[in-house]
Design a protein around this ligand. Sequence first.
Ligand SMILES: [Fe+2]
Length: 205
Amino acid sequence: MSKHDLKEISPEDRWAQTVEASMFDRSEGLDSPSASECRELLRKRYRVDTGLIRHSEKVAQLAVTIGKALNKKGLELDLRLIEAASLLHDMFRGERDHGLLAGRLLRQLEYPKVAYIVENHMQPFYQDRDKLTEHVIVCLSDKFVQEDCLVPLEVRFEKKLVYYANNPRIKTMVHSRFMDAKTAQTHVEIILGHPIEKFFAQLSK
Ligand SMILES: [Fe+2]
């Protein structure tokens, strides 16, 4: 079976049947669920672990803060998309190919933009050349959050590099992800004109 063949992964199929598309507000052709719809999905439908929810909430807080600040500088990022993808990116963490599983569910619910980010949150940040997209903001914010704490990228990656010290293949992958994150951090900070860590104090309360 190929890595991406999800046919044999049954939990998502079972879970998907318990989610009715009608629980989402589609009245204005909204193409991302609201934060409260995401929370309903996480807490009530899938009973996602509270630690994982706290992690996702922190990622969402940081990602939306960065998105708003970038929009003030002239970007046109979709903040609703950023918030939904941040809240849902790890909803099936613990399952094999968790991003793909969650993405498949979100496609069934007809949220392809959110699905795309969730499916690719473990992939290189820059999927669209060097464009600062909603995907980049969510991936970057995720890397600043260790469990539910905001930490510099160096702290988050150091822990992984130590953990995989004896596995050169994974260590190389982690290092390349770190370089990806540093590139995105620099990209964002050049536009903002200040370090992302300046937001930490206000978001740590
Ligand atoms: Fe995450």
